[in-house]
Design a protein around this ligand. Structure first.
Ligand code: ADP
Ligand code: 5GP
Length: 190
């Protein structure tokens, strides 16, 4: 379901690559972006606020939203954990005259790109290596060992999607990655 014209930014990568860090920076960069708050069935983490990082809902409610066609796209990103972009978010952000920015998994990101084509800039955030990504995820210390393993199990598969994105941002030195992402978004939006 494609709504009225508006450019938008998609940021995808394996978990731990630095998507949230880069998205937070872009949101503060005066680019008129607004974060699309997804729905998820995963448990809320310490420090997260319902309605800010995600709309945290039960698996049952998530399935109801699928049936009611309230999701633009959705994925079971990890076994038992559902994530989806709400149609209502895109409409809400458009109504503010802002550009939506999506932090979504690689498959969801490419699905949104397919819907919006040239109106969407799809960025892939690439970690310097799987080993570095694992270290970052471990020092972030937000996930149980089981949740961490689910994330690590998918990394190599997710990295294979990189070339399908419009641009790849290598997140080795953070400052460099932030300015690279910011430059790409600024060029696309102006
Ligand atoms: P994602 O949203 O992709 O799961 P995060 O943005 O949460 O990833 O980053 C994972 C962890 O790595 C966080 O603790 C973050 O502060 C850290 N991090 C992100 N980028 C870098 C970087 N370039 N160098 C070192 N640590 C980083
Ligand atoms: P986390 O649990 O670390 O917040 O997110 C796990 C993964 O789910 C990340 O790759 C994140 O980008 C992805 N994700 C978050 N929201 C959505 C969404 O609405 N749709 C899809 N397809 N993936 C999402």
């Amino acid at each position: 379901m494609v709504t009225a014209y508006s450019k938008m930014i998609i940021v995808s990568a394996p978990s731990g690559a630095g998507k949230s860090t880069i998205v937070k920076h872009l949101l503060k960069s005066g680019l008129n972006l607004e974060f699309s708050v997804s729905a998820t069935s995963r448990p809320i983490r310490e420090g997260e606020v319902d309605g800010r990082e995600y709309h945290f809902i039960s698996t049952e409610d998530f399935k109801k939203k699928i049936e009611a066609k309230e999701l633009l796209e959705w994925q079971e990103v990890y076994p038992g954990s559902y994530y989806g972009t709400l149609v209502s978010e895109v409409a809400r952000i458009h109504s503010h005259g802002h550009f939506p920015i999506f932090d979504v998994d690689v498959v969801g990101g490419l699905n949104i790109k397919k819907m919006y084509k040239r109106d969407a800039l799809a960025l892939f955030i690439q970690p310097p290596s799987v080993e570095v990504l694992e270290k970052r995820l471990r020092s972030r210390a937000t996930d149980s060992e089981a949740s961490l393993q689910k994330r690590l199990d998918k990394v190599k598969w997710e990295l294979e999607f990189a070339s399908k994105f419009d641009e790849i941002v290598i997140n080795d030195q953070l400052e460099f990655a932030l300015s690279h992402a910011e430059r790409l978004v600024r060029e696309f939006l102006t």
